[in-house]
Design a protein around this ligand. Structure first.
Ligand code: HEC
Ligand code: HEC
Length: 185
């Protein structure tokens, strides 16, 4: 019995699946945060539509209500500017507009919404798609940027991003030190 169990364990440990899990373990919690609704709802693609997703928005992700379109400006300059509703602080009313010192979509090349873990992993370390940042600079952005911090103080009724700012900074440093490995898919 013991021997059989040991054989199974050894076979598993030598399988490609285990090797990949072990080598990309430092990436996994970073993906959990980046793909969380509080982050991904603003990190959307070229349709320029902010997303409403996460438990406070019901069961299915959908584009922002009220026909909001951020335009190529990503701040709604072509239509209704985001800051006509999104103030510098969260509304304290349930389903009132969240707020921060500024409110706009992330650039198109920083799209995370709807992308796989492997895709986000590759792009986040690609200087042509990450605002020309080193991984240390990405960690600093997370440490310093109030718009990122909003993800942990999102206002009444919304579930915050997992972990904490300090933990995510530490995760990025660990991932960097491990050589920034990415999953195969
Ligand atoms: C007419 C008012 C209005 C305008 C204009 C507006 N929003 Fe919103 N937005 C809201 C309200 C209200 C909510 C919260 C709805 C809720 O909690 O059910 C919201 C929520 C969001 C969310 C979801 C945040 C989260 O994860 O909970 C994002 C992202 C967002 N808005 C982005 C934008 C962007 C970008 C613009 C400009 C292009 C914009 N909004 C323009 C009213 C507005
Ligand atoms: C209200 C919209 C909004 C929300 C919410 C938001 N971001 Fe962003 N994010 C932006 C904008 C705008 C930029 C571009 C800023 C820049 O490059 O200087 C950006 C850029 C970034 C970058 C830079 C690099 C890259 O390749 O994407 C990181 C890292 C980042 N955000 C992390 C987060 C995390 C983590 C969260 C959730 C905890 C989050 N953001 C939530 C708007 C948002």
């Amino acid at each position: 019995m013991m021997i059989r169990y040991a054989v199974v364990v050894i076979l598993f440990m030598s399988s490609p699946a285990f090797a990949q899990d072990a080598s990309t373990a430092t990436w996994t919690p970073i993906y959990e945060v980046f793909s969380h609704p509080r982050c991904a709802n603003c990190h959307v693609g070229p349709d320029n539509l902010p997303m409403w997703s996460g438990s406070s928005y019901g069961t299915k992700p959908r584009p922002h209500g009220m026909n909001i379109n951020a335009g190529m400006s990503r701040i709604g300059a072509e239509y209704i500017p985001c800051n006509s509703c999104h103030a510098v602080q969260n509304s304290q009313l349930p389903h009132g507009p969240p707020g921060a010192h500024e409110w706009l979509l992330a650039p198109v090349e920083m799209q995370w919404f709807g992308k796989s873990s492997a895709e986000i992993c590759m792009q986040i370390k690609d200087p042509t798609r990450n605002g020309n940042r080193t991984i240390a600079a990405l960690a600093k952005h997370i440490e310093d940027e109030p718009l990122v911090h909003w993800g942990w103080t999102p206002g009444p009724g919304r579930e915050p991003a997992p972990y904490s700012v300090a933990q995510v900074v530490a995760f990025l440093k660990q991932w960097d030190a491990a050589g920034a490995p990415c999953p195969a898919k």
